[in-house]
Design a protein around this ligand. Structure first.
Ligand code: AMP
Length: 365
């Protein structure tokens, strides 16, 4: 550990990262650019971030002895995934600064508390009801109608733990399909587009958002991000203001993403908040070449107490996720003018696995 400096951590500091996937890997690369070393803690010996980090620990998130030595060896801990167990976050936070904090984690791990929190800020969310039994589900469907979406409160990602309640869906089967876990039912939002705001906030309450981006999913996994999003200027400003309010209410430190649905057109166009991710986000990968500061550099700056960088966009940007065997096209992509290839160093190109991404930059017309 280095001596604390009130101006923030700088070169030579050791940043601890929980989780060893591609987000941790890109965070570690960004930290290295700033002369900051990283220590990655992850359970899997094959973690992509281990290739980059100065140090790593292979350990379970419940292993207190391993967590204690990790905390002693770093100046600060951050994480790449929102499902960090509460006990792990609390254990680490008692020993070393943890950014973003345990409150952001707790709120965003539970869709019911997250939706209630966002609605409490006066921001639009889909209508929702808590579902703890089949009887609750029947009542909620009677109130919100069909179609609607049943989601587990915890541990859902990329469309997992989610069932659409269509006109002919049997409710007992739907409740069975999500494993009888505590859930919420959401009214179906007939959106025209899905967008997100990736933003950062630091301990000085400085806030900086990247331009709103538009996300295209295939099989519930992000396939493309396009920036700027096709959105009226007032709607884009409202989306960024929503993110600012969320960041402020959480006293947030670090990069976060707010996923939103766009509904209505023209004067009636508005955004509805779907989900908050308390971490760097796949829909922010375009910033690596597409903005003056990448989301990964911005996250390192924010958590280390350093000034935030400029979020100015550098043209029209497209990000394509390379999923499964799509990554085998890497030679072709390398030959493509204006394409920037990022591979995550994963050996096995299994279907549905995020293997890398490409950003493509075009000059603004
Ligand atoms: P989530 O896990 O909440 O991010 O949802 C995954 C995807 O399901 C979203 O990106 C949407 O495409 C779709 N979805 C989720 N909630 C709703 C909703 N209330 N209405 C319509 N589509 C939804």
């Amino acid at each position: 550990m280095s001596t604390p400096d009130p101006r923030g951590l700088g070169p030579g500091a050791m940043l601890g990262i929980l989780g060893g996937g591609q987000l941790a890997r890109m965070m570690a690369l960004a930290a290295a650019d700033l002369g900051i070393r990283t220590h990655v803690f992850a359970p899997d010996a094959d973690s992509p971030a281990f290739d980059i980090a100065a140090r790593h620990t292979i350990g379970a998130y419940e292993d207190e002895a391993a967590l204690a030595s990790f905390a002693d060896a770093v100046d600060l801990v951050t994480y790449e995934f929102e499902n960090v167990p509460h006990a792990t976050a609390a254990f680490l936070a008692a020993r070393t600064p943890l950014h973003p904090g345990a409150r952001a984690l707790a709120l965003t791990q539970d869709r019911l508390s997250e939706k209630s929190f966002v609605a409490g800020l006066g921001l639009a969310v889909a209508p929702f009801r808590a579902v703890d039994s089949l009887a609750d589900l029947e009542r909620a469907v009677a109130e919100l109608g069909r179609p609607s979406v049943l989601k587990t409160r915890r541990f859902g990602y990329d469309g997992k733990g989610q069932v659409k309640i269509a006109p002919d869906t049997d409710l007992a089967e739907a409740y069975e399909a999500i494993g009888h876990f505590p859930a919420i039912l959401e009214g179906f939002v007939a959106f025209s587009r899905e967008v997100s705001v990736v933003a950062a906030r630091n301990a000085d309450s400085a806030f900086a958002a990247f331009d709103v981006c538009e996300n295209e999913h295939r099989d519930h996994i992000l396939a493309f991000t396009h920036v700027p999003a096709r959105l009226g200027a007032a709607t884009a400003a409202a989306a960024i203001e929503a993110a600012r309010k969320i960041g402020e209410a959480l006293g947030y430190i670090g990069v976060f993403a707010v996923e939103m649905f766009v509904v209505g057109e023209g004067e009636r166009e508005e955004v509805i908040v779907n989900e908050i991710a308390p971490r760097v986000h796949n829909s922010g990968h375009w910033t690596s070449e597409g903005a003056e500061t990448s989301q990964f550099h911005q996250h390192v700056r924010a958590v280390c107490g350093l000034p935030l960088g400029s979020t100015t966009r550098r043209g029209i940007v497209e990000m394509e996720n390379l999923i499964g065997e799509a990554a085998l096209r890497w030679r072709e992509i390398l030959a493509e003018p204006g394409a920037h290839l990022h591979l995550y160093g994963k050996r096995d190109a299994r279907p549905g696995r995020k293997m890398g991404h490409v950003t493509r930059l075009k000059a603004e017309r």
